[in-house]
Design a protein around this ligand. Sequence first.
Ligand SMILES: Nc1ncnc2c1ncn2[C@@H]1O[C@H](COP(=O)(O)OP(=O)(O)OP(=O)(O)O)[C@@H](O)[C@H]1O
Ligand SMILES: [Mg+2]
Length: 169
Amino acid sequence: MIDVTIDSASQDATQAVGSALGPIVTPGDVVILSGDLGAGKTQLTKGLATGLGVSEPVTSPTFNILLVHQGRLPLYHFDLYRIDTAGQLEDLDYWGMLEADGVSVVEWGDRFAEAVPQECVVVTIHVVDDESRSLVLSGRGVRGEELAAAWARACAGLIGVSVSFGASS
Ligand SMILES: Nc1ncnc2c1ncn2[C@@H]1O[C@H](COP(=O)(O)OP(=O)(O)OP(=O)(O)O)[C@@H](O)[C@H]1O
Ligand SMILES: [Mg+2]
């Protein structure tokens, strides 16, 4: 399994990391975001929206659970913080949306094992200090590994961003 650590020195740098993913994603790609309140999950998603050419503002879907934005591809932005049981995902047609024609980003997606598909990139955001974050990308399945590697390569050279590759079993 490929593991990549991306260090971000600022909110803008985290958005730039998200934006770098925009040109690479294809329909059905899923990014699961894990990390504490205020880690930067929504900031990363805002960047992805920019990279997909979404023109409207992207806000946190904490109260809506799902917000959809139209860019080069549809962006399905989930936040599972207020979901109590995995059964409620059924009501949202969660799995149907993940397999649809867009790219899905799921904040708090690690709260339920059932919410993490076999093929995805899991991003765990660690708060280092007020301004710095460490983003650990873990590719799952063939497509997840390919996407994580391509994303990491696309981040090389971004201002305030440093990328280090590692492998785990
Ligand atoms: N390097 C950084 N990357 C991202 N955000 C940063 C960074 N440094 C500081 N911040 C700040 O951290 C906060 C991140 O907020 P954000 O809403 O993205 O978190 P979140 O993980 O989505 O939280 P929640 O679980 O509440 O949805 C913002 O206030 C942002 O300005
Ligand atoms: Mg958020």
